[in-house]
Design a protein around this ligand. Sequence first.
Ligand code: CA
Length: 251
Amino acid sequence: MNPQTAEANRARTRQKILVVEDENDIRELLRFNLAQEGFAVEEAGDGAEALDRVARRAPDLMVLDLMLPRMSGLELCRRMRANPDTARLPILIVTAKGAEVDRVLGLEMGADDYVVKPFSPREVVARVKALLRRANPAGAAAEGPSLFDRGRLRIDFAAYEVFVDGARKELALREFELLRFFVQHPLRVYSREQLLDLVWGRDTFVEPRTVDVHVRRLRQQIERDDARPELILTVRSVGYRFNPEALEQGL
Ligand code: CA
């Protein structure tokens, strides 16, 4: 794969979420939790700002609070659906507890799902992932085979599911993308900087040490003994490489 193709694939896999919410602390909570899962998060504090951001760069999904100043979330939702460019944009609405009318109206206006305040960030993240899967079931398949199945490891790229020795593992999106990269690029050694470029993307400003944190978390999920890794090997003073041969060892 040449660098341009890798870059294009990387840009496709990094999904953009637009969070539309006027309450700063809730918007920050959403931004933080979605960013931790590896999403590129944009924010808008009201409907007009949201329209502006969407016009400049369409997101892959919108998290939309219905109670907004100036333009209501319902109106924004209606406008998204009326525009052919955003008619199919997945929209997760956030409604206040007890505002059942808003929820029903929101779904009628074309929202895809809803969460009720106060929500748990985990729940929002889970719904976002589910909506993105539904919206683009072939997205992962378009970048290569949709299934990796070798020895102890089975990955369903389309469903974002990972099984080790038959047991389902819950990987954060970033760990999943890192694992995807490793299995699709076996044997070669990658430096931390290369992994940041190819998995995180150039537009993120994170320390190369961040890679170590995510490799550690990934090892905890997929290695038999994460203190003595066999699958994701550390190559001293260089970086990491994936060792697929270990998948069949000891079976
Ligand atoms: Ca609000």
